[in-house]
Design a protein around this ligand. Structure first.
Ligand code: NAD
Ligand code: DAU
Length: 339
């Protein structure tokens, strides 16, 4: 089995590559990643010498490069993680989100049509469903919830999802889609809530909470997401969407307080800053379908997962300190100075 994993130098893609090489020693895994600011080759260091692994530095938007890779590798599957993934950046500059997330998806699927494929899997997000109100805890996103997006990021992901389903209906491409809630764990890029708060707290810097910190996210340990995708690509039904989430809703402010407590830092570091434009209030996934059809359940409880994650950031300071000392400084200054 040969699988092209796009975006494998990023957070979830790298965790997925480790999971797959570990679980399936006879699979060949090709990582296709153009190494944007969010891609980090050092993350893949542990598998670079694995004879079943190959890294290819190209963009999923580059049709010639993608077709050449298909001609060389004859993949059985493509799992598409490659994306611009940060909502705040999409609010500042939507264009690259449309290029990578929509056009890149189309190029990959065109290659699948041209050369043939057993499965094209699109890694999507619960953000395509928009948000839920705080005062309706009985409501959850199911696979039937209408697409209703808020940010340029989620709109680009929704556009890609619609294209994936259209390629299935129009061309019969064997696709699946997973829509997952917020992940956390090792190799999470420091611009995102949990690693940003860990890094700032360790440096005794202010912890910038948007608005009142009451927005709710449904947090899932990254390894649980990787297991879900593994199940879907092997046993999921073609043409289907699967929601993935941990029934683990938490307010942002509570997460930040937990991080302060675990690190022994004062809550006085918490600074309330201007809210994100169009900020989604609550995400909450109903994972009944993937549980009933594929037997998936999250295995890592948040109380354990957050401890493991904080320990990983303590043990791997070089990884994130290198990132935040580079161009990230300019990003942080621009994004947070007027909040
Ligand atoms: P990330 O930003 O950490 O990594 C993205 C990776 O994609 C990087 O390695 C980057 O270099 C690569 N990439 C970007 N543009 C590319 C291009 N044009 N060609 C090739 N590679 C390119 O992202 P992540 O958090 O790991 O998210 C991975 C996927 O999962 C995304 O599709 C995202 O929408 C989805 N998702 C993320 C979460 C989450 O909580 N992080 C939850 C649900 C779904
Ligand atoms: O739900 C899945 C999505 O989760 C993925 O599709 C996205 O790729 C991923 O980035 C994530 O999106 P969010 O916008 O939910 O994640 P983020 O870590 O950016 O923010 C989480 C919450 O924390 C959100 O309500 C905004 C808030 N926040 C974030 C940052 C970076 C703050 O209060 N302060 C911050 O500095």
């Amino acid at each position: 089995m040969t699988i092209i994993v796009t975006g494998g130098a990023g957070f979830i893609g790298s965790n997925f590559i480790f999971h797959m090489l570990n679980k399936y020693p006879d699979y060949r895994i090709i990582c296709l990643d153009c190494l944007t600011y969010a891609g980090n080759l050092s993350t893949l260091e542990p598998v670079m010498d694995n004879p079943n692994f190959r890294f290819v530095k190209e963009s999923i938007t580059d049709r010639d490069a993608v077709y050449k890779l298909f001609e060389e590798e004859h993949p059985d599957m493509v799992v598409n993680f490659a994306a611009e993934s940060h909502v705040d950046r999409s609010i500042e500059n939507p264009e690259v989100f449309l290029d990578t997330n929509i056009k890149g998806t189309a190029v990959l699927m065109d290659a699948c049509r041209k050369y043939g494929i057993k499965r094209y899997h699109q890694v999507s997000t619960d953000e395509v469903y928009g948000d839920l109100p705080l005062d309706r805890p009985d409501l959850f996103f199911t696979e039937e919830t209408p697409i209703h997006t808020s940010s340029p990021y989620s709109s680009s992901k929704a556009g890609a999802d619609l294209l994936v389903l259209a390629y299935h209906r129009t061309y019969g491409l064997p696709v699946t889609i997973s829509r997952c809630s917020n992940n956390y764990g090792p190799y999470h890029f420091p611009e995102k809530l949990i690693p940003l708060m860990i890094a700032n707290a360790l440096n005794d810097k202010p912890l910038p909470v948007y608005g009142k910190g009451e927005n709710v996210r449904d947090w899932l340990y990254v390894e649980d997401h990787c297991r879900a995708i593994d199940l879907i690509i092997h046993n999921g039904r073609v043409g289907e969407v699967y929601n993935v989430g941990g029934h683990n809703e938490m307010k942002n402010i509570d997460i930040v307080k937990i991080i302060c407590k675990e690190l022994g830092k004062p809550e006085s570091l918490i600074t309330y800053v201007a809210d994100r434009k169009g900020h989604d209030m609550r995400y909450a996934i109903d994972p009944t379908k993937i549980h009933n059809e594929l037997g998936w359940l999250p295995e890592t409880k948040f109380a354990d997962g957050i401890k493991k994650t904080i320990q990983w950031y303590l043990d791997n300071k070089e990884w994130w300190e290198t990132i935040i000392s580079g161009e990230y400084q300019d990003y942080y200054e621009k994004m947070y100075k007027n909040r």
